[in-house]
Design a protein around this ligand. Structure first.
Ligand SMILES: *[C@@H]1O[C@H](CO)[C@@H](O)[C@H](O)[C@H]1NC(C)=O
Ligand SMILES: *[C@@H]1O[C@H](CO)[C@@H](O)[C@H](O)[C@H]1NC(C)=O
Ligand SMILES: *[C@@H]1O[C@H](CO)[C@@H](O)[C@H](O)[C@H]1NC(C)=O
Ligand SMILES: *[C@@H]1O[C@H](CO)[C@@H](O)[C@H](O)[C@H]1NC(C)=O
Ligand SMILES: *[C@@H]1O[C@H](CO)[C@@H](O)[C@H](O)[C@H]1NC(C)=O
Ligand SMILES: *[C@@H]1O[C@H](CO)[C@@H](O)[C@H](O)[C@H]1NC(C)=O
Ligand SMILES: *[C@@H]1O[C@H](CO)[C@@H](O)[C@H](O)[C@H]1NC(C)=O
Ligand SMILES: *[C@@H]1O[C@H](CO)[C@@H](O)[C@H](O)[C@H]1NC(C)=O
Length: 824
């Protein structure tokens, strides 16, 4: 009773303050608003501990006005909830009022209309409604009285999420009220209206979270919760900041995370680009940083491999059928299109003979057509699966402890991936005969397996053959360069700063080879007269020393004849340097764009260079253990050795600078106008495809000897791509090469290269081939698909363009490398 009178006095006070002075900007220290009270345009409600603030705001450059909730103590205004996201106020004459019925209404006082309200009608009758902003960021409306009313409010903003999942918010369904709580991206940074992407719970089978586009197309699955983590995120570990909980009972099903350390700010956001990001506020840096974001690579694309196949990012090709299954359309598998998936090689008997093959380290298949019981044992689970012929797999529903519960799948098993470690176990049903043949396959390779293997073997053989041919071609040209590559397991040498100072003559300006987005490059000579190139990194890397060193060592293990070799590194004080082999022939740009030099580069040499770049890129994208997206591929980043073998340089630097941001492909995009794909969007595959785009531009530039972005033809074309596209459609492609290549031209190779180049620069990333297909297309004689219109990069983005980039091969280059933050 004491308490109540105190709060009453407080509120009375607040009331008086509010009405006494219209200039009050924080209406109430307790964060409450009572019936008939109004929050005006430049007033706010602040939560008791001043964690959150509710009021009017205009996002980004928008001139519209919204009511929202943001962090009060954070210097960057970060809005976590928007009331009227789809109904903006056009001017500053808004008024937010709590009615006597307990409904929050937002009025446009100019027009006199209600633009938004918390509910259309209140179901229960209310006497004394109070609105309060809590320190959790939840705005609740409840009947004044005992505390219980606060726990079960009439209305709460946590039931209507915007694009942010705060600690304590529920992502899921209330089975009693029917409310579904899910969050949806903003349209853009300037427009909080509901955008394309949302994160929702699919409760048709065992509940799991889905990232949906336009409410239906699945982009990504989290994988079911296995008691410890999401099945799709094997690296998720208990951490000192937050803890996930998964609740499923008669009343509700939801996922939620709660703070372990309440002095930390963290949030989960779905961005307008469709990325789900876990952000953490860093007080010292005064910025939001990524904590851990769901990895995003090719295998995270929903169902890339189709039913009954598994995606493994470390394999090439990434898709393979489960044991006892074969590709439905082997022809398409051969060209790395696996979306049709696999089918059984032998029908199930549906009798007691059927057995199960145990897989480990998987992301469990989509659970839309699944069934679960949390108290059954694994033995009961197997029995249950066997008795129903449409049951295709089973496993534990909860792996914590010794494992418990039962999860069954019916019909197709889709969107499985294989991890290196920490994945889940799955038992997949196969027929008795298949089980036998798999058991015996070591000794006698059953006929069916051969059927599966032959097409695959052909692909492998073809690739091996083309590599051999390529290899021999190179061997003829040079014999002596065979000593490299035998130091695979050596630790990467650490150079002392003094050694490098001596080698480069104190980084003398005369030794400068070039200047790149990542720093300056100097030529140096070591004691043994070995020539080196030293890249002195600009001091913008966000990495710590330890991470930097690990990353460099990882990257040094990438060894490919078409990548510039890293010889060592240096870390001393604030200096970070990378030491590369020296390339006497400099950058490709200094040759092909130079009138006299380019005549020396005949067609066979150019074709050799194109193939080499393709192989280097394939290695980065697919075959290496790091899976790197170059993101700044251009002519000046291709260096030539003494035998004119192309070597890609600056690979892995984006990785060093972005840290783990590259893997997640979240907010950092680097590139150079003229080479940048028109649309960086979606997840990993699009970034690989943007390299493919740059590769396409490179091919066309190499064939034509013209710069894409500087190309002007009779005022009609302002870039090379458009011109090549028109000539291609008119069947006049050969006009392009008439000038300097003379008699050395192999007509069909030239036409093929141009054709492949055009396929690579198509507007839509999904139309562009992967590097695997590029290499197959370049190396074969078969028909090629027709290219669609190229995409042109129309540059109008937020960026800092202060970094001019050209690799160390040249001094004449003035292209700009662009770093965009949040640009995708
Ligand atoms: C904000 O408050 C000031 C008084 O401090 C007042 O003059 C001004 O008109 C108010 N602005 C709006 C948009 O209500
Ligand atoms: C928003 O305004 C800032 C500063 O005026 C400007 O630099 C930026 O380009 C604008 N952004 C958009 C998307 O228009
Ligand atoms: C508004 O009220 C109607 C009828 O009571 C109900 O069907 C509808 O779902 C309500 N809308 C919202 C947004 O609550
Ligand atoms: C909580 O986080 C803060 C800030 O990061 C840190 O200083 C504090 O030690 C943490 N507390 C616990 C109990 O981990
Ligand atoms: C299962 O996969 C096959 C092959 O892709 C497809 O034809 C079929 O429609 C799928 N079945 C269901 C229920 O999705
Ligand atoms: C789950 O399995 C247990 C033990 O087999 C059984 O008692 C229980 O009824 C089952 N629950 C459901 C919902 O089927
Ligand atoms: C097998 O499971 C499916 C899917 O749950 C169900 O529709 C069907 O009735 C079951 N069949 C038998 C024989 O239990
Ligand atoms: C999973 O199993 C553990 C240990 O047996 C138990 O504490 C936990 O509640 C279970 N989780 C669910 C979601 O059933």
């Amino acid at each position: 009773m004491e308490d109540r009178s105190v709060t009453k006095t407080k509120m009375l006070l607040a009331f008086l303050v509010l009405y006494a002075s219209t200039t009050c900007s924080q209406c109430d220290a307790a964060g409450t608003i009572s019936a008939s009270q109004t929050v005006r345009y430049n007033e706010t409600i602040v939560s008791p501990q001043e964690t959150f603030e509710l009021g009017f705001f205009s996002p980004g450059n928008s001139t519209n006005h919204y009511v929202g909730i943001w962090y009060k103590k954070i210097s960057i205004k970060t809005v976590v909830w928007v009331a009227n996201r789809n109904a903006p106020l056009r001017d500053a004459n808004g008024k937010l009022t709590l009615t006597l019925q307990g409904v929050l209404i937002l009025r446009d006082t100019t027009m006199g209309t209600i633009v938004w309200s918390s509910e259309n009608s209140s179901t229960t009758s209310v006497m004394n409604p109070i609105g309060q902003l809590l320190d959790t960021g939840n705005f609740i409306i409840y009947e004044e009285g005992d505390d219980h009313n606060q726990e079960d409010p009439i209305w709460q903003s946590f039931d209507f999420l915007t694009d942010t999942l705060l600690p304590g918010m529920k992502n899921g369904k209330n089975l009693v009220t029917g409310i579904e709580r899910y969050y949806t991206s903003w349209k853009s940074e300037d427009d909080p209206a509901a955008g394309d992407f949302s994160v929702r719970l699919d409760s048709r089978g065992y509940p799991e979270l889905l990232l949906l586009r336009d409410g239906q197309e699945i982009k990504f699955r989290s994988g079911p919760w296995n008691g410890l983590r999401f099945s799709g995120n094997p690296n998720m570990k208990p951490n000192p900041i937050y803890k996930y909980t998964f609740v499923v009972n008669q009343r509700e099903i939801y996922y939620q995370y709660n703070l372990v350390n309440t002095s930390v700010y963290t949030r989960l956001v779905v961005q307008p680009t469709g990325h789900i990001e876990r952000l953490l506020w860093h007080d010292s840096k005064q910025k939001w940083d990524f904590h851990s974001d769901p990895e995003s690579d090719h295998c995270d694309q929903y169902a890339v491999c189709g039913p009954f196949a598994s995606c493994n990012i470390y394999n090439s090709p990434v898709c393979s059928c489960l044991k006892g299954f074969e590709p439905i359309s082997p022809d398409e598998w051969r060209v790395a299109d696996s979306t049709h998936g696999c089918r059984r090689t032998a029908r199930l008997d549906c009798g007691p003979g059927d057995g199960f093959i145990r897989y480990t380290n998987l992301k469990l298949p989509e659970t839309q057509r699944s069934w679960y019981n949390q108290t059954m044992t694994l033995v009961e689970c197997e029995k249950m699966c066997k008795t129903n012929c449409s049951c295709t797999a089973y496993t534990y529903s909860n792996i914590s402890g010794t494992g418990s519960g039962c999860l069954l799948w019916f019909g197709n098993l889709t969107d499985i991936r294989t991890f290196a470690e920490n994945g889940d176990t799955l038992y997949v049903r196969v027929s008795a005969s298949e089980l036998d043949s798999i058991k015996n396959s070591k000794s006698s390779g059953a006929g069916r397996r051969v059927r599966v293997l032959v097409p695959m073997a052909l692909v492998v053989l073809a690739m091996l053959l083309s590599m051999c041919l390529f290899y021999r071609y190179n061997m003829k040209k040079k014999q002596q360069q065979e000593t490299s590559g035998n130091n695979e397991d050596l630790e990467l040498p650490l150079f002392g700063l003094s050694t490098l100072l001596k080698a480069t003559n104190n980084f003398s300006i005369n030794n400068k080879l070039g200047e790149g987005g990542f720093g300056l490059v100097y030529k140096g000579v070591l004691k043994g007269e070995q020539e080196i190139a030293v890249k002195r990194l600009a001091k913008t890397s966000t990495q710590g020393l330890h991470e930097f060193k690990n990353e460099v060592i990882l990257i040094s293990k990438l060894q490919h004849r078409n990548l510039v070799k890293l010889l060592g590194y240096c870390i001393e004080g604030a200096e970070k340097m990378l030491i590369y082999e020296y390339m006497p022939n400099k950058g490709l740009d200094s040759i092909i764009f130079d009138k006299t030099q380019s005549e020396l580069l005949d067609w066979p040499a150019r074709y050799h260079i194109i193939l080499g770049i393709a192989r280097g890129l394939l290695y980065l994208h697919q075959d290496s253990r790091l899976r790197i997206i170059h993101r700044d591929l251009k002519v000046s980043n291709i260096l030539l050795d003494t035998d004119m073998n192309p070597k890609i340089s600056d690979f892995g630097l984006a990785r060093i600078f972005g840290g783990n941001q590259l893997e997640a492909n979240t907010n950092r995009v680097v590139g150079t106008y003229g080479y940048m794909a028109p649309k960086y969007a979606g997840s990993g595959i699009f970034s690989i495809k943007s390299d493919v785009y740059s590769f396409g531009v490179l091919v066309l530039e190499i064939v034509c000897g013209e710069k894409n972005k500087e190309f002007v033809y009779k005022d009609n074309w302002n870039n090379l791509l458009g011109y090549v596209w028109v000539l291609h459609n008119e069947g006049e492609s050969l006009q392009l090469v008439a000038k300097c290549l003379g008699e050395s031209v192999n007509v069909s190779q030239v036409l093929r290269s141009i054709h492949v180049g055009l396929l690579c620069v198509q507007r839509h990333p999904e139309d562009r081939p992967t590097m695997t297909s590029v290499i197959m297309m370049l190396g074969s004689e078969g028909p090629l698909p027709s290219p669609k219109e190229p995409g042109f990069y129309v540059g109008k983005t937020k960026q800092d363009t202060n970094q001019s980039s050209c690799s160390y091969g040249t001094g004449s280059n003035n292209e700009l490398s662009i770093t965009m933050l949040n640009g995708r």
